[in-house]
Design a binder for this molecule. Structure first.
Ligand SMILES: [Zn+2]
Ligand SMILES: [Zn+2]
Length: 156
């Protein structure tokens, strides 16, 4: 099984200005499936308020995972592989506990480590995919830095 499947309705092209890009190879109907891809890793977004680490629902942090002590909805969300097989074991072993927050609607800095940690763990777990599909992805870091200098707006 591959991690990305394109239909014959999409052509992947490349040029020196924008890098890789997709072009419709035929007329498309709204909502038509042209690409499926298994994510390498996923998790809470930047500046996320507290969310369940199993299903990403916004959460009041009243229920914590019985293994790691981080917010989850319930026992069903504790055992979701994206959580259980990633930060849950790392945090439990290192005794990294979630610190209660006063306002569960505000961005929670404690969550900033979750997605990068999941990426690092996925890198160890699937070295071939990392080397052959993810590591070669374009960062566009220089383009973002150039835009920032021109406009004064921070785009990360
Ligand atoms: Zn949940
Ligand atoms: Zn846990």
């Amino acid at each position: 099984m591959t991690s990305a499947e394109t239909t014959n309705k999409l052509e992947i092209k490349r040029n020196d200005v924008v890098g890789r890009y997709g072009v419709a190879a035929c007329d498309l109907e709204p909502g038509e499936l042209i690409l499926t891809e298994t994510p390498f890793a996923y998790g809470p977004k930047i500046d996320s308020p507290p969310v369940c680490l199993g299903c990403y629902a916004y959460i009041d942090c009243s229920n914590l995972c019985s293994t790691c002590g981080w917010p989850v909805c319930d026992v069903d969300c504790e055992v979701v592989p994206a959580h259980k097989d990633a930060e849950c074991a790392v945090f439990a072993n290192a005794k990294v506990r979630f610190t209660p927050v006063e306002n569960s609607y505000e961005p929670c800095l404690q969550y900033e480590c979750i997605t990068p940690l999941r990426v690092l763990l996925a890198t160890e777990r699937d070295k071939d995919r990392w080397e052959n599909q993810v590591k070669c992805m374009e960062t566009h870091t220089e383009e973002r830095r150039a835009r920032k200098r021109k406009s004064g707006i921070s785009i990360l």
